[in-house]
Design a protein. Structure first.
Ligand SMILES: [Zn+2]
Length: 126
């Protein structure tokens, strides 16, 4: 029996009792399992995905996301539990075309809120 014949017997499982009549080389079901696992029909690749891994506060520089939430979310892109201030100015404004975007942690947002309330009180007093 040539090496090629042995190769074909193994390839087409002609030595497997339920498939063919060949009794040599001896059918080895464990070897067959290994063959399936290492099948060249499946190609594997590692893909790199861009994710938002953290969001920091624009005032104190600390993360706006607590550790528990960081561990639960692989991508923070949809995370929305923080303060965001967006300002855009258009035609007729001294800041025409300027766009501002700030992210704040809860603590800094509280500070900002109290500053806003103080400003309101000062403006009203005038
Ligand atoms: Zn902060």
């Amino acid at each position: 029996m040539s090496a090629k014949e042995v190769e074909f017997i193994r390839q087409f499982r002609s030595n497997a009792p339920e498939v063919g009549y060949n009794r040599w080389p001896k059918f080895n079901s464990q070897a067959l399992d290994l063959t399936i696992e290492e099948s060249p029909m499946k190609e594997h690749s590692v893909q790199v995905t861009r994710v938002v891994s953290d969001i920091t506060c624009d005032i104190c520089g600390q993360s706006v996301v607590n550790e528990a939430q960081k561990n639960n979310m692989a991508n923070l892109d949809s995370f929305a539990e923080y303060a965001r201030l967006v300002a855009e100015f258009g035609y007729g404004s001294k800041r025409d075309g300027e766009k501002f975007q700030f992210d704040f942690c809860e603590g800094c947002f509280e500070d900002l809120l109290s500053k806003i309330n103080k400003l309101k009180a000062v403006k009203k007093a005038k």
